[in-house]
Structures are given as structure tokens and as C-alpha cells.
Design a protein around this ligand. Sequence first.
Ligand code: GDP
Length: 528
Amino acid sequence: MSEQRTETLRRRTFAIISHPDAGKTTLTEKLLLFGGAIQMAGSVKGRKAARHATSDWMALEKERGISVTSSVMQFPYAGRIVNLLDTPGHADFGEDTYRVLTAVDSALMVIDVAKGVEERTIKLMEVCRLRDTPIMSFINKLDREGKEPIELLDEIESVLKIQCAPITWPIGMGKRLKGVVHLLTGEVHLYESGRNFTRQDSTIFASLDDPALEASIGAGMLRELREELELVEGASHPFDKAAYLAGRQTPVFFGSAVNNFGVQLLLDFFVEHAPSPKPRATTTREVQPTEEKLTGFVFKIQANMDPQHRDRVAFMRVCSGCFSAGMKAFHVRSGKEVKLANALTFMASDREIAAEAWPGDVIGIHNHGTISIGDTFTEGENLSFTGIPNFAPELFRRARLRDPLKMKQLQKGLAQLSEEGATQFFRPLMSNDLILGAVGSLQFDVVAYRLKDEYGVDAGFEQVGINTARWIRCDNPKKLEEFREKNAMNLALDAAGELVYLAPTRVNLQLTQERWPEVTFAATREHA
Ligand code: GDP
């Protein structure tokens, strides 16, 4: 097999989706630990190094808050290379989260056993569905009392409209938690609080029929378990890999992240069954990950690791070929060759200069604002990856400048900061207003602070009568022109010069849509 193929097939690139507090951070830590734990097995020296690395990473993480290192975490496990792309937890960074989901091949959904399916999970699931992203589920906090497992599966099926295939099943819950049964292997893993750090640490019985199991959990509990499993078998779906890969079925695991219980069973199954990098659509053709030439797209920009230099890191997901340090790539939007010097890779242990990266991997490219979200890099071919959405903001403010002489800097600052994707910048056709849209209100504070800090502009944001935005498309140029004339008061151009309808109210939007059936009002714009 070619190296290209081998490296591609062993990549697993995914993100964790969950409602805040379900346990995403805790689970991430445990997964990283397994990544390190496997690396150090059998070697004392390796063990020390890996431990050291993990604590370094956490120290860095604390120091920087939302840091570059935690944006992408790469670790080896069972012969695979796992890339875990972090999705920001704060609800105000929703758009970033959505775009990270365009850069993964699968997702892991964490659900709190007591709370079940929560609002943010529902939203994120909708996004995964846009690309039929395969999803595994981890029901967390089994060491606490929660909903009945069967009830939870029902809830996932009815609310999230996805079949459930339980892979592990809990034995008890809360204080009565005894372990989990692996429904495919029949193995029983006992829960021992504070242990269970690796497979070797757990007590494992080969099957429910193992006499030692009865001695361990008691005859009553074993009987209950057998009855329950019969029910489960009747009421749930068997694992169907094709259905999982098509995004129609989610394999479900039970455990407790904080106790590291049930996590390794999940990870083992994940690296075996989760998809390796898939072909990706572009403006001209589908790109196969096994192609020899490098392609990739930028799904995230993070600014100012060093505020003095207005430095940005563009996160590029490699889609085909191999990146090697110092190589040149074609930046399709600008039509320029760019040297990818000092690109970063993201090992869980450290931020490193990338030697090479394969499909599914992410590299960080330093730049000074020349790279935008959605940009494609190739080795010369003129194609652009599609499907990286810009979502309609839900909050709008008008920029108010305190020093009129700084108008130019203000425009520049708003335009540049909106390149990062967390905010969007609109210029109405009929006024000189500068309108900023965001998904969460925190963004306005961040932008005001950064305008001052990075552009020397003292600006504030004030309320404006805009409720929502829709990107306008129309195949009929005459109709479009007519629409533009009649609705000029509510139209604006976004940073890319696309026409946008800024609706003062939901009712206004609905009425306008009814009045102009030939016009499409899109809630997302794809980065061109
Ligand atoms: P996130 O907001 O989804 O990243 O959630 P965190 O990982 O920060 O977890 C939220 C809270 O739940 C923290 O206080 C964790 O210690 C706790 N937690 C996480 N996993 C478990 C678990 O398995 N059992 C219990 N009892 N608490 C947990």
C-alpha cells in the first residue's frame, strides 16, 4: 500500500458535540490520557515523557484560556492517528463550532445521563445532519442517578431522529453502578471508582455466564440485568456499520468520564469503526484523500497570539496529499503561491513545527490577514472546497464611532475582524451605517475591545432595528433587479459583497418571502 493510502486510512478526525456541562472537557482529557498511556506502555522513559507532556499541555491551556493548542489535539492510539478538533464551549461562539464540524469526518455526542438530550445538542445535531456526519454517543455521569437507559435511547431516537445501537449497557447506576456489558463481545467490565484507567486496570469477565461475575455483582442484579438485556435486544437496533456511516444510526456507549469508566471501550470502538478521511466536494470535482497532491481548506482563523504583530493562525484541514514543512502551496482565492513556512501541527503534548501532515490532519498557517475562512490551498489546481457555511447572525448592532477621523480604521478593523468569522460585517445600500452581526452578544464586547487594542479605534455598538439576515439569490436577473429596487431600504452587502436582506422583524421577513417567491432567502452563505 502506498504511504499516502496507509496514512490516510489510519486517520480519525472528529469533534465532540454536547450541551455545556455534559462532560466534553473531562472526556477530552481522558481520551488524551489514553493517547499518552498507549504511547508510554512498556517504557518507563516514555511514560515519564508522556506524563510531563500532558501536564505541560494543561498548564499552557490554563495560561492562554482559549488557546491554539487546544483547538486541535492529535494523539496516536492503537495504530491510528486521532485528531480531536475542539469546539468552543461558550454558546456565543456557535458559528465557530459549526465550521469546525465541516472539518471533521465524524462526531462524538456526549449526553448527561440525568439531563438527556439538551437544546444545544439538538442544534449541533442539525448541523451534523447537513453533511450526514457519522455520530457516536457517550452517555456520561453514570456514577450519578439519571434517567433509565432505555428511556434515554427513546429520547435520542425521537428528539434527534437517529436510530440508537447500544454497544455497551450499564449495570446499575449511581451508587448501584457495577459496570457495563459490551453487547458485541459479551464482556463485562466492572466499575471500580478511581481505577479503570486502562483495560489492564479493569476487572473483566468474559461473559455474563462467568460464575465469578455472579459472585461479584450478586444473583439478583444479574437476573435483573439479563431481563433488561432481553428487553433492550427487542427494543433497539443492532449495530449496522453502513447505517452509522450514513449518519442514520448512532452507536451508544455508557460510562463516567470523570472516573474514566467506559471511555476505553468507546475509544477502541471509535478507532476501529469511525471513518477515515472521506472524499470532499469542490467547485470542479470531488477530491479523493488518496490523491498525491496536497489540497486543504481553512475552517478557522485565530488572531493575535502576539498582539504586537497582528499575527493570525489559519487552521487548514488537509484533504489530500501530504504537507511537508516549507513547501509552497497555491492560495486559490488570491491566485498566489504561498510558502507554508513554520506551519504548526498540534500534538497533544506540544505545539510543534509540522514536519508533515496527511489527510485529516490540521496545520496552522501564520499569516497577516491574507487568509480567510473557507480559503482553499492546492498544488496549483484551480478548485475550491464547498460547504463551509456562514450562518445568519442573530444579533445586530450599529457601530458608533467616538472619533470621526478614525472612520477608515474602523472600517478596516471591522472588515478584518469579521474575516475570522465570529462576526459579520454589513454595509446597507441606502446608508453609511456599519452594521455588525454576531451569533452572541459577547462578540460585540470582544470586537469593541479589539478595535481599541489593535486598531486604536474607540467605538461602541448600539441597538439597531434588525432581527435577522438572509442571503439573497435569484436566477432571474430581472426579478432580482426589481427586488433590489423595491427593497433597497432593507438590503446590504456583506464583507464579500454578497446581497443580504436585513429583516426588521420575523413577520417582515415572512411577508417579504411570500411576496417574492422567485427569490431565495438563505439562512447560510457558503464561503466562496
Ligand atoms: P463540558 O462543559 O461539557 O466541557 O463539561 P465538563 O467536562 O467541564 O464537566 C462539567 C462538570 O461535570 C464538571 O464539574 C465535571 O467534573 C463533571 N463531570 C464530568 N464527567 C462526570 C462524570 O462522569 N460523573 C460526574 N459525577 N461528574 C462528571
